[in-house]
Design a protein around this ligand. Structure first.
Ligand SMILES: O=C(CO)COP(=O)(O)O
Length: 306
């Protein structure tokens, strides 16, 4: 799910897409049953093993509802209505992340097929803090996920990544955002920045079972400048490799890594074809009903494998 501040965060989450990408693609190959090379055979076996061991056997999409920052009761009602009437591929996990004040509205009107995320939470244990929303309150509202580390909270509000462990300990999944600023990319520091942000999560959590990593290059968020499929894939595979070296090969294989930043109905298909892009975190395009459904359905294993 993509998480956002003001509007619904409509998130379609592809869970554990890494594995999922491979998984989805492998499924197609196996289903076609036409490959006769030993190489293809073992690729398929590997993919199936990864799928079987993944935390969730599907890809995911997260939406900061209605472009999280600008949602209103009306725009969120439209998003909910569009999603309720859309035909969504069954192998794509979809999560919507509305602003706090609209969570109840969404929870009470959105189909149960889609889960709800919050765009932030209070980090402290033991309940509420004046003016903040606790993990316990999110659970009370029916939130299954929370978006943490969004670039706007990092760079505008100055937050760090320390909330993840507590949310996870309370059974709330974390959409863990990472991503570099434009000046960091131009200085050749993209990997350093992303790895540092990954390390902060890794140092704080004891399990990656309920985490989806969202790579969002800050320069691509809400700008219309989407990362090319090659640029995104380069970071996604590097992050997966980082997980393999610093956490475990199993976690690297199972963890879904979704991309966020100016994803729309026109660019989602090419991005979704990349092996390590397991889904999307979507802002603005989630307000455009049919287009958001196109984005969600673009990560199905069927299309990715086609
Ligand atoms: O992160 C995002 C929203 O918070 C992505 O937004 P856009 O899809 O509008 O770029």
């Amino acid at each position: 799910m993509a998480v956002v501040s003001t509007s619904l965060a409509g998130a379609a989450v592809s869970s554990h897409l890494t594995q999922f990408s491979g998984l989805r693609k492998s499924f197609l190959k196996l289903d076609n049953a036409t490959s006769n090379s030993t190489h293809s055979f073992f690729q398929n076996v590997d993919s199936h093993l990864r799928l079987a061991s993944s935390n969730k056997g599907c890809r995911g999409v997260v939406t900061m509802a209605g472009s999280g920052k600008n949602g209103t009761k009306d725009s969120i009602s439209k998003l909910v209505s569009d999603l309720n009437s859309a035909t969504l591929e069954s192998d794509v996990d979809v999560v919507v992340a509305p602003p706090f004040v609209y969570i109840d509205q969404v929870k009470n009107s959105l189909t149960d097929r889609i889960e709800i995320a919050a765009q932030n939470c209070w980090t402290g244990k033991g309940g509420a803090f004046t003016g903040e929303i606790s993990v316990e309150q999110l659970k009370d509202l029916g939130c299954k996920w929370v978006v943490l580390g969004h670039s706007e909270r990092r760079h505008v509000i100055g937050e760090d990544d320390q909330k993840a462990a507590y949310a996870l300990s309370e059974g709330v999944g974390v959409i863990a955002c990472i991503g570099e600023l434009l000046e960091e990319r131009e200085a050749g520091k993209t990997f350093d920045v992303c790895f540092q942000q990954m390390k902060a999560y890794a140092d704080a959590v004891s399990s990656w079972d309920n985490i989806v990593v969202a790579y969002e290059p800050v320069w691509a968020i809400g700008t219309g400048k989407v990362a090319s499929p090659e640029q995104a894939q380069e970071v996604h595979i590097a992050v997966r490799d980082w997980l393999s070296k610093n956490v475990s090969a199993e976690v690297a294989s199972k963890t879904r890594i979704i991309y966020g930043g100016s994803v729309n109905g026109g660019n989602c298909a090419e991005l979704a074809k990349k092996e390590d892009i397991d889904g999307f975190l979507v802002g603005g395009a989630s307000l455009k009903g049919p287009e958001f459904a196109t984005i969600i359905n673009s990560v199905t294993s069927k299309k990715v494998a086609a």
